[in-house]
Design a protein around this ligand. Structure first.
Ligand code: PLP
Length: 395
């Protein structure tokens, strides 16, 4: 086993020293060997990829579609994405210049930050937030300005946004992630218009992570790109909508001037996206429009079951209108941090959830349940939580 030459002291990227490993993954690793653990801590759709999509991926392999695709993805896929965005979200993008295919939404996000920020820049991140944003922004040499959404039921309040941007006039980008991970919050068109007005007044570029856009319950999704297309970089993909997380297929759409730079970074990071994933995505977006519907029906039942069970037990839950997460408030009778609470829940009730602190300091006092797991597991987890709460209440 090679030990690093002790003379090589300068081989570490300085930004990395500030970046902590994702607490979602590290906490999940910490509890994974607890016997009988029911894991409700990962953002993984609880369904298999639909058969017709799998067949398309396998056919592409059988047909020797094994060569590099264009850097920005096959034109047929970019055209399909453009048609999908037009039909589902009424957005117009030129597949030649305004769309690129990436290795999941993750690579779309990291290429976007690398292409749009400079060392010392500031990016506003409403929190609680998906932890990868902070790490990606810091790796690109920029810094995060947080905006605590917890006082407004986890929605960004336009006035608070305006105040924060006035306090930090150097902020150049904002992340909007909705339906939101970890809170499940979705926005109405009217709410988005109010936010867009503030964003425009402060001349920000919006990085709109809409990866859960197909998973909304009471409202159809409205993209912020509908309101301010000229200042929005839209990030999406098929990971969540078609239960394809392991395929690694996402995309970026936005004004050509920025997309060209994102494509430059993307080319050096990944050369081109994987072929089987691209052919699978063509199939998913052309013929799998209805694949998400039965998943959505089930997710909604699971969501309702979790909220209806947890609320009477004293867990406050606000607005889970999309994605497959519930962000529950830990009742004040538990005098411990969210991490300690989640550790005890794992050890004593055998239920794995994610501490709210994994999503930034404004998530402290909460935990995230992913209800993408199957119904039987969710039911068992809820029974265990009921016993856990009853035992706590017994003097
Ligand atoms: N953005 C958010 C908000 C997510 O929750 C996730 C995954 O959980 C991603 C991006 C990453 O998506 P992908 O698997 O397509 O890279």
């Amino acid at each position: 086993m090679p030990n690093l030459d002790p003379n090589l002291t300068e081989v570490f990227n300085q930004h990395l020293t500030q970046i902590k490993p994702s607490q979602i993954r590290s906490f999940s690793k910490e509890i994974k060997d607890i016997p009988g653990l029911i894991s409700l801590n990962v953002g993984e759709p609880g369904f298999n990829t639909p058969e017709h999509i799998k067949k398309a991926a396998m056919a592409s392999i059988a047909e020797n579609k094994s060569h590099y695709s264009p850097q920005n993805g096959w034109l047929e896929l970019r055209q399909t994405i453009s048609d999908f965005l037009q039909q589902r979200l009424h957005l117009t993008y030129d597949p030649e210049q305004e769309v690129i295919v990436t290795d999941g939404a993750t690579e779309a996000l990291s290429s976007t930050f690398l292409a749009t920020v400079n060392p010392g820049d500031q990016v506003l991140v409403p929190q609680p937030a998906y932890p990868a944003y902070g790490a990606m922004i810091e790796l690109a040499g920029a810094s995060v300005i947080p905006l605590d959404t917890s006082p407004n039921q986890f929605k960004i309040d336009p006035q608070t946004l305006d105040e924060q941007l006035t306090a930090y006039p150097e902020v150049k980008e904002i992340i909007l992630n909705y339906p939101n991970n970890p809170t499940g919050v979705e926005y109405t068109a009217t709410e988005l218009e109010a936010l867009a007005a503030v964003i425009q007044r402060h001349h920000l570029l919006v990085i709109a992570d809409e990866i859960y856009s197909e998973l909304t319950y009471s409202l159809p999704h409205t993209s912020i790109a509908n309101i301010i297309p000229n200042s929005t970089i839209l990030i999406n993909g098929v990971s969540k909508s078609h239960a394809m997380t392991g395929y690694r297929l996402g995309y970026v759409a936005g004004p050509a001037a920025v997309v060209a730079n994102i494509n430059k970074v993307h080319g050096y990071l990944v050369t081109s996206p994987s072929n089987p994933a691209q052919y699978a995505a063509i199939e998913a977006l052309q013929h799998g429009r209805h694949d998400t519907e039965p998943m959505l029906v089930e997710y909604q039942q699971r969501r309702d079951l979790v909220t209806e069970t947890l609320r009477p037990l004293g867990f406050e839950i606000i607005n889970p209108d999309g994605a497959f997460y519930i962000f529950a408030k830990i009742p004040s009778c538990y005098h411990e941090s969210s991490r300690e609470f989640c550790l005890r829940l794992a050890q004593e009730a055998h239920v794995g959830v994610t501490p709210g602190s994994a999503f930034g300091t404004s998530g402290e006092g909460y935990f995230r349940i992913s209800y993408a797991a199957n119904l039987a597991q969710i039911k068992q987890a809820l029974t265990n939580i009921k016993h856990f709460v009853a035992e706590m209440a017994t003097p």
